[in-house]
Design a protein around this ligand. Structure first.
Ligand SMILES: Nc1ncnc2c1ncn2[C@@H]1O[C@H](COP(=O)(O)OP(=O)(O)OP(=O)(O)O)[C@@H](O)[C@H]1O
Ligand SMILES: [Mg+2]
Length: 502
């Protein structure tokens, strides 16, 4: 039998079909769901903001008056007022049937506001169809599981944004787990080598290798970590990277020999050619593991129907930029071919949709400068939906992520966000997040997120599951490690002493 809903407040002030305020019996938390009967039917609302206020203690200017007022305020039950602002998310019955229908009429002032009970709302969030994947529980109704629509993740793009250390990578690992269990195809550009220990069925690990034979001259310059403004060096490298070099048996030797020839035969490059040769030699030595002319087609490293973690720990930022750009370009081309050929062409690698996740998006898709990755990412963000390719961008500095890309994101997971510039940048990217909700983002704890947009039917304030399989990336306890090391040193000293006495 369904329990009786608890009355929590009364609707007051001016109401709108999508928004109302109520005065509450108790303090209300952001993220609580409430129901109200309206002329259009029973409404479900999400508390976006709340305040607690005392009339007597409102304008105190000194301690003595405040402490006297406090005594009176405690005795006066009318003194405190709890005010909550609620966004109407839809009509309850329709939501339970999987449809979002907003009421055309606002709730009447004076209407009673009830707590939404778990059993009333669980079918809204805990959807069971194949495309819905559970990733956490409602923050304020902890008995209610929350699932997200993976079809939307794979087509409409997702941004995961918050201050550092609040659970973004854990959420990405959760998505990885879900895609792996659905046998979907996904690529994670793992710049920090954070997912290298993720031991989950359906997840495969590879080095984010690049074949220098197939990249553009500028990309090769980036891979060799040549400075952006070293124009003459880049020109020499571009001239040396001929079709013959690309096809030669010994790629690096041929490239270097071409650089030498240019130095010897073209006077304006005589001084710079030896420098270019040095840069190539250093790159060959340092980058042997990741820039490899013998690996064939780089897409061979990505397996369809698996989650591919591409380790990029060895890359500098510039090299990673070149590598991510190259992978994204190749994957987009492949998906375009796949959609055109209707599966007949043998060269197609990814016959089903693919999700690409970019961590540290502020570094690779920056707001204020043109990067190759930003260019291709914005192309994927604009066109990907049609070709079954989607992006997940993860960043702890949303204000530095290109608005071009952010504004194309269909879904958002926003966790603790304290910087006002970050907050404004996010509201500019998505209409789904309101000013009230934004103001409350600093109060979220680790692992708590507001899920908005296409991948949820209605906004959900959630405590995300912890992925126990993800071990790296957790906070390091320096004091524990120091103490352990000291204990080990002590043991070593004692065993040496014993040895010396003998
Ligand atoms: N849902 C969760 N429940 C409990 N603990 C969590 C949750 N999510 C993350 N954590 C913990 O918080 C810490 C940081 O998580 P995570 O690495 O995912 O943060 P992040 O936002 O990616 O950080 P960064 O910005 O530095 O990359 C980890 O130690 C992790 O164990
Ligand atoms: Mg992280």
């Amino acid at each position: 039998m369904e329990s009786r809903p608890e009355l929590v407040g009364i609707v007051v002030g001016q109401t709108k079909p999508h928004y109302f305020h109520f005065l509450a019996k108790r303090a209300i938390s952001m993220g609580e769901y409430v129901t109200v009967d309206s002329p259009a039917g029973r409404i479900l609302g999400l508390t976006e903001d709340s305040t607690t206020r005392s009339d007597l203690l409102d304008k105190m200017s000194d301690f003595t008056t405040a402490s006297e007022a406090r005594k009176v305020a405690i005795k006066n039950t009318r003194d405190k007022s709890y005010n909550a602002s609620v966004k109407v998310v839809g009509l309850l019955d329709q939501l339970r049937g999987g449809k979002v229908v907003l009421p055309s009429l606002p709730p009447e002032p004076g209407s009673e506001v009830f707590e939404a009970r778990g059993e009333e709302i669980s079918e809204i969030f805990d959807r069971k169809e194949r495309q819905w994947a559970p990733i956490g529980n409602l923050l304020r109704n902890s008995g209610v599981r929350v699932a997200v629509n993976m079809d939307k993740v794979a087509s409409r793009h997702l941004a995961i944004l918050s201050v550092t250390g609040s659970g973004k990578s854990n959420l990405l690992a959760l998505i990885v787990k879900q895609v792996a269990s659905l046998q979907g195809t996904m690529v994670v550009f793992d710049y920090h080598g954070e997912y290298s220990e993720l031991d989950i069925r359906g997840v495969v690990h590879a080095e984010g290798k690049i074949n220098p034979r197939f990249v553009s001259a500028d990309q090769l310059a980036d891979l060799c970590d040549m400075r952006e403004n070293a124009e003459v060096q880049r020109t020499v490298l571009g001239k040396a990277l001929t079709e013959e070099v690309r096809a030669s048996v010994n790629f690096w030797d041929s490239l270097i020999s071409n650089v030498r020839n240019i130095g010897a035969n073209e006077k304006q490059y005589t001084r710079v050619a030896p420098r270019v040769e040095d840069i190539i030699q250093i790159a060959v030595k340092r980058m042997r593991a990741v820039v490899d002319p013998e690996i064939g087609d780089v897409l061979d490293q990505i397996k369809a129907s698996k989650v591919n973690i591409l380790n990029m720990l060895e890359f500098t930022e510039r090299q990673a930029n070149a590598a991510i750009t190259y992978y994204l370009e190749e994957i987009l081309d492949d998906r375009k071919r796949a959609m055109r050929s209707r599966g007949e062409e043998a060269k197609i690698r990814f016959r089903t949709p693919i999700i690409c996740a970019i961590e540290e998006a502020h570094a690779f898709i920056p707001a204020d400068q043109n990067s190759d990755t930003a260019y291709i990412a914005s192309k994927v963000a604009r066109e990907g939906r049609k070709f079954g390719m989607s992006l997940i961008v993860v960043s702890q500095r949303p204000r530095r992520v290109s608005q071009d890309v952010l504004s194309q994101m269909g879904s958002f997971a926003i966790m603790k966000l304290t910087n006002p510039e970050d907050q404004t940048h996010v509201t500019e990217a998505s209409e789904a997040i309101s000013e009230d909700l934004l103001q409350n983002l600093p109060s979220l704890n680790t692992g708590e997120a507001v899920l908005l947009g296409e991948w949820v039917n209605i906004p959900a304030v959630v405590k995300l599951d912890l992925v126990v399989e993800k071990k790296t990336g957790s906070d390091i306890s320096a004091t524990t490690l120091w103490a352990d090391q000291q204990a080990m040193n002590q043991v070593a000293r004692e065993s040496t002493k014993g040895f010396m006495v003998e």
